[in-house]
Design a protein around this ligand. Sequence first.
Ligand code: FAD
Length: 749
Amino acid sequence: MPCEVKPRFVVLYGSQKGQAESLAEGLAEVAEEHGLAAELSCLNHNEKYNLETENAPVVFIVSTTGDGEPPDNALQFVKRIKEKTLSPDHYKHLCYALLALGDTNYANFCNCGKTIERRLQELGAKQFYATGYADDGTGLEVVVEPWIEGLWKAIKGALSKMASDKTAFLKGQAADSPGGTPDSTIPNVQLNLLRITDHENRESIKAPAEPASKSATAASSSAPGTHAAVSDLRPAVPTGSSVLASQSPGASTASTSAPETPTGDDGRPRASPAAALTCSLPPLSESSLNVPALPPPYLDVSLQEAEPVEQVAGPPNTEALGAAPVCRAVQLTRGESVKTALLLELDVSAHPMVTYHPGDSFDVFCPNRAAEVEEALHRLGLSDQRNHRVHISLRKDTKKKGAQVPSYSSQNISLLYLLTWCLEIRSVPKKALLRALVEHTGHSGQRRRLQELCSRQGSADYNLYVRDCGLSVPELLAAFPSCSPPLSLLIEHLPKLQPRPYSAASSCLRHPGKLRFVFNVVEFPECSGRPAGRRGLCTGWLFDLINPALLFPGKDESSGSPAPPKIHVSLRPNRSFRPPSDLSAPFIMVGPGTGVAPFIGFLQQREQQRKDNPKAVFGETWLFFGCRHRDGDFLFREELEGFVSSGTLSHLKVCFSRDDHEEGEAAASSARPRYVQHNLLLAGRRVADILLRRNGYLYVCGDAKNMAKDVNNALMEMIQTELQVDQLEAMKTLAALREEKRYLQDIWG
Ligand code: FAD
């Protein structure tokens, strides 16, 4: 049989947290099913691709990070294409499609994708498929899934067009110069065209439906798209809900029959239960399902006995990080109706972080919870091998494109260490993981429910029961007791455990050798699949770590614990979110809740500068702060009022969203400001004056979910009123302020 050469296309990704990367990998994996050959590369591996000469369609998948910045591994690429020396026809030959990932909770939605697209077009590249803008705020899959589904046809269309353009061009050339040498690419281009036509013919012949008992794997590998068109994943019961029967961990029944009908103690069928993580209702429970293709396994993992027993000491690269003792811990809030906010002070006098700047953040490295690690060991059946060394290598026969062993695997680590410090075992399971777990689930009802949750038809259930409530992998496994994945599968699918960043809430001018930060203890309430609420990983860990030493406001600093706990931290410098270097420039800070943290550092530094430069002219400073209750969570109240008394802070505007009995005029009026944006609007004229006429700065820090967007909208409204312009003009003005780095955000979700 002659070897079939599939038409090629290029997939390039720029990814910060791995989402864009895994989408790009998914594309590359299923390309063959569409009769195409994908060449996958990360944007910063520019030795692996060459856009300057590329004549195949190029698909970009890029996310955006921080304040609209490109992900780290796309930075160099973006810099290169932004070079002003490139001519307008630099990418005239290039044919591209782009999928941009972003989050509308942040002001610069999909900014990296938009920047790349703008530059590609300015440089003459042609788009062959409409750009997708996927929003993590509402669920990436809403855009991603249809976008990918339509992509295959678009790539083939682009290939055909490129081939016919080339042929026409060459025919013209041949007519012009009969003796000329034909372009060496002709045979390839023609071959591409031929294959596409063949493949399209093949796809149009529909395979007959598979029998109802066949597994999803078989069906998925033959179907087009990232979703296999699976008509055989219908439960055998015609009506009713798909329900789990409880089963002991590890139990494995190979049957693929319909889920059991639940019965009561008397053996009679129970009334239909409500839908839940483990249980669906019609129409989903009766629906045919389109499930994603099975992600190809790509790692070989083995365990080897090792001596001596290793202690779980700290994160990877501990030497480079250095540990800092916690020298002070204070609870800043009181009462039940507010989130618990804690302030920690670290002794960094012997740490590289000793010279941080206001506006900088730093990473805190935290381990997974011991109880969850134990549970995972138990579930994997590897409790006795916890101290064995883990060997991870690539499977020789893997079909996964661009497969790589995880970076931590080069280190000599034990299984216990891997689960404690390397894998984000708390991560929210992606659909690809759910799909892979199906293969390791014994109980038929549980298998069906996992298939539903990763299927296109089950998207709403996935969002409701998995994504929106932040369900973790241990919680999922607890809810699906017959699912027993191998260790290699968890290593393949779980991201690397990430450190958590926190903003410095101090200035080292005021507190030499010390670093303070403030955080809310994240609470995940109970939900379907989570019988009891739990805390966030890092904030829960910090809370437990310092709880014995916690000093409450008004309580004397006691000796606390005998030896202060230490935590591993490293600096994340922020070169733009800094107080203006020109001391006379006025600036405005908007930081409700823990968003006030960096501004405490700004103001401490300013206070010190005022002492050190008594003759200098200092611009006015404004702080907009908001919280729920004046007496519950007015963070840093005394310190802020002190800044006002000393003249360091010119204006402090505070609002309380849940104090219903505010005194004074404002409270009497129905327009009492509840949120920072309301106070901003009340001071609109002066804020606008600072920003638009006096070259001032505006900084926003804190919650990305609503606050940053609401503040942005308030600024738009203010600009429209002050400059008497329409919305579009106001947007342009704000964009210009961003460009000049006079409107800066440091926000987190
Ligand atoms: P995780 O276990 O990681 O859980 C948090 C995740 O779950 C988040 O993605 C969140 O969206 C989601 N989530 C939270 N609650 C729920 C819920 N009920 N249901 C579903 N999902 C939920 N935080 C501060 O408190 N103070 C700071 O100064 C600060 N500075 C930051 C600076 C930067 C540059 C960044 C990027 C973040 C900053 N953060 C700050 C956030 C901080 O890094 C952590 O994300 C936060 O403390 C939670 O960590 P965790 O491990 O406890 O929670």
